[in-house]
Design a protein around this ligand. Structure first.
Ligand SMILES: NC(=O)c1ccc[n+]([C@@H]2O[C@H](COP(=O)([O-])OP(=O)(O)OC[C@H]3O[C@@H](n4cnc5c(N)ncnc54)[C@H](O)[C@@H]3O)[C@@H](O)[C@H]2O)c1
Length: 426
């Protein structure tokens, strides 16, 4: 088959090239390099990974060597000024996949350079950072979006569809859990794990799922956790966390949600990343379980270490397609492609004069727009503050949203003095 010459081009820059790059961005960029991206509205668009910025540049080097002609020319920037250097070369959109407490600066730099932004979840850790990014995106007329790939998981999409169609009516309460093995905290994330917790970066998937699927107003956040495996029992690095959020709906009725996360489950537990949700409605029950929906596979000498017992073939499975081609596909990759399509739509699906209309249209997509991430970031900021107080010897704090003291207010047991975490309205 003859390849057509693309009508347009989008140059992408990547900040951070760790596990999530390998699982989702790599297959995405390799596929667009091979196939481009087409839509009748914006035509044939070449989407190329043109630069990577990271701390050491070693993984980029190794990747570029191993990728060969699966991607095009790509520059490797590393060190303290890597993001600024990458931006000097010019990119159309930038993706941020650094550890969760290092999202803000890179995101700010990308938006300031006038490029569209895609940042991994949680977008940022505080509402004031969120405000700054939203303002910058408005000023520069670009998109600022966040990756919540679990919203594209077919099971979660089906649940939300039943809610949207009023088949499942009024959520009352629910719980979600996500368990990861010790190898995640012990080796994969060892470089940045000090002072961190397994709630912020994975509970946030469920915070968003609940926020996006059921709507409502976030009212209260409480949280607790355990220490002593990843770090000292009295320190600020957490093994597992449990948080609770209370929402209120327009009818005045409330719902409570518990989210449990851990990164110290034994390495040989069968679930690997085990994910479970249960939501209870006025008229029904939704139970989702990553192992029960799927496959259990045992291979001597391989599972569960180099091959997972229960594979999530929906997320980013590698396949030999029936037509012989090798592929890697799933919702983890689909969500990145959606964003690239949104950028291509803004830039190329019509006249320059109508660009602002297209931009406004894409900004209305609440599933990924930063402007719609307020309650999720509020919950994350509250979780971080509650855990920080607990590590400082003040457990059992409660954070309330939009009360008479401010937008996000922390209350300590036995103290009359509230701490205002964010004064504006959430
Ligand atoms: N969507 C998901 O399910 C999912 C899964 C895992 C991780 N993530 C998210 O992706 C992000 C990265 O996670 P990961 O698992 O790839 O982490 P990782 O530790 O494997 O990789 C982090 C990368 O960031 C780079 N980096 C660190 N600090 C940097 C800085 N200041 N400037 C430039 N580069 C820097 C490192 O060099 C490394 O390449 C996190 O926000 C995490 O929440 C998402």
């Amino acid at each position: 088959m003859n390849a057509q010459t693309p009508t347009h081009r989008l140059r992408a820059g990547m900040v951070g090239i760790g596990m999530i790059f390998d699982e989702t961005y790599r297959p995405f960029f390799e596929r667009t390099h091979a196939e481009g991206m087409y839509d009748r509205r914006f035509g044939d668009v070449a989407v190329e990974l043109s630069a990577v910025a990271s701390r050491t540049g070693k993984r980029t080097d190794a990747y570029l060597k191993s990728a060969g002609n699966r991607i095009g020319p790509c520059q490797n920037f590393h060190g303290n000024h890597s993001v600024a250097e990458m931006l000097k070369g010019g990119i159309d959109f930038g993706c941020v996949a650094t550890p969760d407490d290092r999202h803000f600066e890179a995101s700010q730099a990308i938006l300031s350079a006038g490029a569209h932004l895609l940042v991994e979840k949680p977008s940022v850790l505080t509402l004031s950072e969120l405000d700054q990014l939203i303002e910058l995106a408005n000023e520069k007329n670009v998109l600022a979006k966040v990756v919540y790939h679990k919203l594209l998981d077919p099971d979660h999409k089906k649940m939300r569809t039943l809610v949207v169609d009023d088949v499942l009516q009024h959520v009352n309460n629910g719980y979600c859990s996500l368990l990861e093995p010790k190898s995640i905290s012990g080796s994969q994330f060892a470089e940045w794990i000090k002072g961190r917790n397994p709630g912020t970066y994975v509970a946030v998937h469920y915070i968003k799922l609940i926020d996006f699927s059921f709507g409502g107003k976030l009212k209260t956040i409480t949280a607790t956790g355990q220490r002593g495996i990843v770090g000292p029992a009295s320190g600020n690095t957490w093994d597992s966390t449990q948080m609770r959020m209370i929402y209120e709906y327009p009818t005045g009725r409330e719902a409570a949600f518990d989210i449990h996360t851990s990164w110290v489950t034994p390495d040989n537990f069968p679930g690997y990343v085990e994910q479970e949700v249960q939501f209870r409605f006025d008229n029904g029950l939704w139970n989702g379980h990553s192992r029960k929906r799927g496959v259990e596979c045992t291979v001597e000498g391989k599972t569960p270490f180099t091959l997972k017992n229960s594979m999530n073939n929906h997320y980013n499975g590698t396949f030999c397609e029936p037509w012989g081609e090798r592929s890697q596909r799933g919702y983890g990759i689909e969500v990145l492609e959606r964003f690239a399509r949104e950028v291509a739509y803004v830039e190329y699906a019509g006249s320059k004069e109508d660009r602002s209309k297209r931009l406004a249209e894409m900004r209305k997509l609440n599933y990924n727009d930063l402007a719609a991430d307020r309650q999720t970031v509020a919950a994350v900021q509250a979780l971080e503050a509650i855990l920080a107080h607990a590590a400082d010897g003040e457990p059992d704090c409660v954070v309330r949203v939009n009360d008479e003291q401010g937008g996000l207010v922390l209350y300590r047991p036995g103290s009359q003095e509230p701490e205002v975490l964010y004064s504006g309205s959430v």
